[in-house]
Design a protein around this ligand. Sequence first.
Ligand SMILES: Nc1ncnc2c1ncn2[C@@H]1O[C@H](COP(=O)(O)OP(=O)(O)O)[C@@H](O)[C@H]1O
Ligand SMILES: [Mg+2]
Length: 223
Amino acid sequence: MDNNNKILSWLVHEMRTPLTAIKGFASILEDENYSEEEKKKFLNIINWECKRLELMLENISDFDSLISDEKVIIRKQKDIDVCSLGNKCLEIQKIFSKSKHSLVKKFSHEIIKIHTDPEKICQILLNLLNNAVKFSPNGGEITLSIKLYNDKVIFSVEDEGVGIPADKIDEIFEKYERIDKNIEGKGIGLFIAKHLVRTLGGKITAESKKDQGTKITFFLPIE
Ligand SMILES: Nc1ncnc2c1ncn2[C@@H]1O[C@H](COP(=O)(O)OP(=O)(O)O)[C@@H](O)[C@H]1O
Ligand SMILES: [Mg+2]
């Protein structure tokens, strides 16, 4: 695959989530049964996902840098409340989850604020949540946890799905690496996630038991 084709496959991979979310929430908006407050929340997500799409196109050079293993430049730094961001990602993920999955959140009670790029964190979390749904074909719980530990925020996404064999776990963050070829995928989501986490100054790890489930954890420094 030449570089242009690679960039195209990254874009297709990353743009699918916001597009599906926009389509999904826009069609819900036509439903009379939702309250004005709920509709406002859906509109907020549509706006947020449109902004993410716009940023992806503006920052195509990010994909180029990732492919050549260069550092992605973080342009936008804001003080963000990570639990609100986690809630937003869960709302978006609901559009993709089949009813057999239950999305559970375990968030710290205190407000955790970090100075970082919210779109990048959303991109990482949605990649992990998408995988959790995709690799749990029989359903089960998917838990997003966010907690504070010393001077770090720890995020984890845990599922009860197909799991990863112990001897393959180190490979999953590599480019185009896919373990279970029966489930559709391109093998770039975790590679993107690993690079973004590293760029934000953190680290990502995986724990898994075959046929029992997987837990992907990453931390970010609070500064
Ligand atoms: N939650 C998970 N449960 C089981 N296997 C997983 C999970 N997340 C990732 N994997 C494994 O890691 C591989 C790489 O993941 P990813 O880069 O997101 O690629 P893709 O989802 O396109 O296959 C997957 O193909 C799968 O084999
Ligand atoms: Mg994936």
